[in-house]
Design a binder for this molecule. Structure first.
Ligand code: FES
Ligand SMILES: [Fe+2]
Length: 345
């Protein structure tokens, strides 16, 4: 399969993707476990829009634009537990429902409190993930149904109990589709990841498609030795990693103990993108192991994958007329078809 270079350079295509895939499509932004208990909250910036997700005392999940009714400053920072959010600029205070509770010198403002609430966004927690619509007018049903086709597969991953290990943000000089495709194939393990990922994982992968989402999995090295054994002796499960890709460009990697979200989005120009990573862990007793896994993942992604995407972007911009996707890269093929068909619709 071949992809035209223009798909990675064209401002017109980038503008349509930005609107259709990111602003008008629900986005997976985190683990439901990040706001598991009443009073908990998390913040994230999606497509430059600051978002706060809260779970109030009555256990109701909410997402809001994290922008103060006075002059728009952020009112919530980081994540944790908090019933009140006080803006650092002039001290306006909101509750977990986004209602304005107090403001210094309130008598100097005519607008009533009700008009100054934080702007609500549609949000849902499905399959252990937080899904949000960036447009306040997006119907709740669209957010609820965004993961419907793959939800059953996510349920077994225990994402609802994930807590945040670490977060990272990368600004990349490559189109967001080139960055996403890094997480869709194992063809590059033996070369690009010779000293990292290839030391742990076998390059063979299996894949499945679920409507507009995909999943592929690769096993820990050593699993291939099962080929010498009789099928009847094979275990029901083998240790490895499962990589889900959720429309339009969020990658969810799960292992038996941990999970990571890599949410890619277009940057300000077609040849730039932003990737936000959330590392999740489940078990306090395995924290050291989880940290080691995260560090290995970052080393491979930041040191090996991202430079490769930037190389590709430079080559395409430099005059390479198209890029090729082999029969051994079925998940990459699937996604380029998906993106193209979705734009046509
Ligand atoms: S901007 Fe928040 S109180 Fe002024
Ligand atoms: Fe990679």
């Amino acid at each position: 399969m071949a992809e035209e270079t223009a798909d990675f350079l064209s401002a017109e295509r980038a503008a349509r993707e930005r609107q259709q895939f990111f602003l008008d499509t629900p986005q997976v932004i985190g683990f439901a476990g990040q706001v598991a208990t009443p009073g908990s909250f998390m913040t994230v910036t999606v497509m430059n829009i600051p978002v706060v997700v809260t779970r109030d005392e009555k256990n109701v999940l909410r997402a809001m634009i994290n922008a103060c009714g006075h002059r728009g400053a952020r009112v919530a920072f980081g994540e944790g537990v908090g019933r009140r959010f006080t803006c650092r600029s002039h001290g306006w205070t909101y509750n977990a429902r986004g209602e304005l509770l107090a403001r210094p010198k309130a008598d100097c403002f005519d607008a009533p409190d009700e008009r100054l609430q934080l702007t609500q966004l549609p949000v849902s927690d499905r399959g252990g993930l937080l899904v949000v619509g960036l447009d306040p007018a997006m119907p709740q049903q669209r957010v609820d149904e965004h993961l419907a086709e793959i939800e059953d597969e996510l349920v077994g991953c225990g994402l609802e109990s994930m807590r945040t290990l670490e977060t990272r943000r990368f600004e990349v000089r490559a189109n967001w589709k080139l960055v996403a495709a890094l997480s869709y194939e194992s063809y590059h393990f033996a070369t690009l990841h010779r000293d990292t990922v290839a030391q742990w994982f076998a390059p063979n992968a299996v894949h499945d498609f679920f409507g507009k989402h995909s999943r592929w999995a690769f096993a820990l090295l050593g699993t291939e030795q099962l080929a010498q054994k009789d099928r009847a002796e094979w275990p029901d499960t083998v240790p490895g990693a499962v990589s889900h890709a959720l429309f339009p460009g969020t990658i969810l990697i799960t292992t038996p103990t941990d999970a990571q979200i890599l949410r890619g989005e277009p940057g300000p120009t077609p040849d730039t993108s932003v990737v936000q990573m959330i590392g999740g862990y489940r078990d306090e007793a395995q924290l050291e192991q989880s940290r080691a896994g995260w560090a290995l993942g970052i080393k491979a992604f930041e040191g090996e994958d991202l430079p490769a995407a930037e190389e590709s972007q430079r080559g395409l911009a430099g005059g390479r007329d198209r890029l090729l996707i082999g029969r051994n890269e079925p998940v990459v093929q699937f996604w380029h078809q998906q993106w193209r068909n979705a734009l046509k619709d």
